[in-house]
Design a protein around this ligand. Sequence first.
Ligand SMILES: Cc1ncc(COP(=O)(O)O)c(C=O)c1O
Length: 407
Amino acid sequence: MPPRTTTSIPVASRIGGFVYAIRNIVAEAKRVEAAGTQVRYLNIGDPITFGFQTPPHLVEAVERALADGHNGYAPSVGIAAAREAVADECARRGMPLSADRVILTSGTSEGIELALTALAEAGDEVLVPVPTYPLYTAVLAKIGARAVFYRTDASRGWLPDLDHVRSLITPATRALVAIDPNNPTGAVYPPDVRRALVDLAEEHGIPLLADEVYADLAFDGPVKAIAMHNPDAPVITFSSLSKAYLAPGWRAGWMAVGRTERLDDVLAAVKKLADGRLCATGPMEYAITAALNGDRTHQDAFRTALRTRAELTTSRLRAIEGISVVAPTAAFYAMPKVSLPPGVTDEDYVLGLLRATGVLCVYGSGFGAKPADGFFRIVFLASPDDLGSIYDDIGRFTATFLSDRGA
Ligand SMILES: Cc1ncc(COP(=O)(O)O)c(C=O)c1O
């Protein structure tokens, strides 16, 4: 036997930039749990873990696909019927396009990764909102491209600062990301802001990557596609069954590339990349057809449940001395701010809260916010009773935390 080396095997330096705080923070939660404190996980936006259920007709569609033997590789772009269903849905939402421009993906996540990989070289720039959904920065780090943050502003309901977006466009800009409705802020952008983002994409020839995974979960009802403001602008939309159809584990998603021929090369590049990973999850693609062509009444009940929880979250957090929050109008996230004394970070606060109470949130800097700004994200999918006791704990902890630090 040759002598055994003892040095650890090196990993690629790009891994250093691949940070996904929403899951990374779980390691600390496990330590807290091992030490005997029950952890209440408010870090991941998964409705299933809080008792919401996948609509039965979607489960049946997958069961039928499995029983009918659809267990081989699907086409790399996805099965034809589901691509048609996505194209029809895009048209209903104001973004008419042919099914040939739809690619089924392993969740919205894979669509984001395929698009960014097809668009950005190492060193290129992609405009990303801050706070952001952290997959964007993580994937860009992997590619070696640069996330350039544009402000969304809590004092203006978390709307994008359009002048800031405009000022950041350079010859190296390859894409503009918009998350509407938004995670982590729960904001829904008004028509003038949406139109301005589409106009910027059109004017500068920069693809707008429209993350619309929460489009059906605005409390006032489904939001149309951002591309409705100009279906000929370079817009690529992304969504999935994860949130509005309550099936996150299925990894059943799609991307649809706007009909402008300026995006034809990007579409071809994405298809090339999709060939390399063979296909998305085949049997689950049958549920996409069932979801988009079928009964959606579960969404009415889900939106009502979310609105109740959002209102509770807003009123209870606003009643805590030192905490402010913009009322969410969609999805299941709130991004409150705690006024921290100098030298204290959002991570100090969130880890302190976890260790003292077992309540696990994610610090705002995990979404690109400044650590001193004191933002943190709460997933408010728990029952109103559970949320009530969680907000009691947050109130007690915050009072002690701030007074211990002389705030
Ligand atoms: C804004 C946003 N985009 C994408 C995703 C990923 O969703 P999927 O499960 O469809 O990959 C999430 C999940 O939380 C999200 O919040």
